[in-house]
Design a protein. Structure first.
Ligand code: 5GP
Length: 179
């Protein structure tokens, strides 16, 4: 597995420090709001679990799964809900937790869909931001790292469902995929 990684982009230590910083900030901003954090499956699972442990306030969690990539490493622009959230979010303060925002198409669909359910507020927390690839205008209220246009894996992010369990964010050797 590790031999498929070209180089490490963000180390375990950098991830830990950034997640702690984000969690602390969220705890301040949502102190009395009892937010509901909605994690995007499957990529945001590791980020979500570390983030909530760093955010020491009353909160609840839920998960949503949307398909964004039909196959390969590029966004198809076609978004489908594969698993919906289980809770009613009307009147709740919602924070969508994403692993990575690339074109922003997935997230803009998600925000539109969740907004229709009348939450009190809706914000976005993304670990990785590939800003130069943005197509849809989605404001990232909380962002971990801005990264270049390279295909990354690890810390929840996959390629063909592998590499999610790497503890760091790494760049996959380009010869392993076709973009
Ligand atoms: P977007 O709709 O913003 O183009 O794509 C968002 C989704 O594409 C992310 O939730 C993630 O699943 C996937 N994605 C985008 N860039 C990467 C990347 O560099 N590595 C991996 N593993 N997934 C990515």
């Amino acid at each position: 597995m590790e031999e498929d990684i070209d180089h490490i982009l963000i180390t375990e230590e950098q991830l830990r420090a950034k997640v702690r910083e984000l969690g602390t900030q969220l705890a301040v901003d949502y102190a009395d709001k009892m937010p509901i954090l909605i994690g995007a499956l499957n990529g945001a699972t590791l980020f979500m679990s570390d983030l909530i442990r760093a955010c020491r306030i009353p909160l609840s969690i839920d998960f949503i799964a949307v398909s964004s990539y039909a196959s390969g490493t590029r966004s198809s622009g076609v978004v489908r809900i594969l698993k919906d959230i289980d809770r009613n979010i009307e009147g709740r303060h919602v924070l969508v937790v994403e692993d990575i925002v690339d074109t922003g198409l997935t997230l803009s669909y998600l925000i539109e869909n969740l907004s229709a359910r009348k939450p009190a507020s809706i914000r976005i927390c993304a670990l990785l931001d590939k800003a130069e690839r943005r197509v849809a205008d989605v404001p990232l209220d909380y962002a971990g790292f801005r990264i270049p246009d390279e295909f990354v894996v690890g810390y929840g992010l996959d390629y063909n469902d592998l590499y999610r369990n790497l503890p760091y964010i790494g760049v996959l050797k380009p010869q392993l995929y076709r973009s």
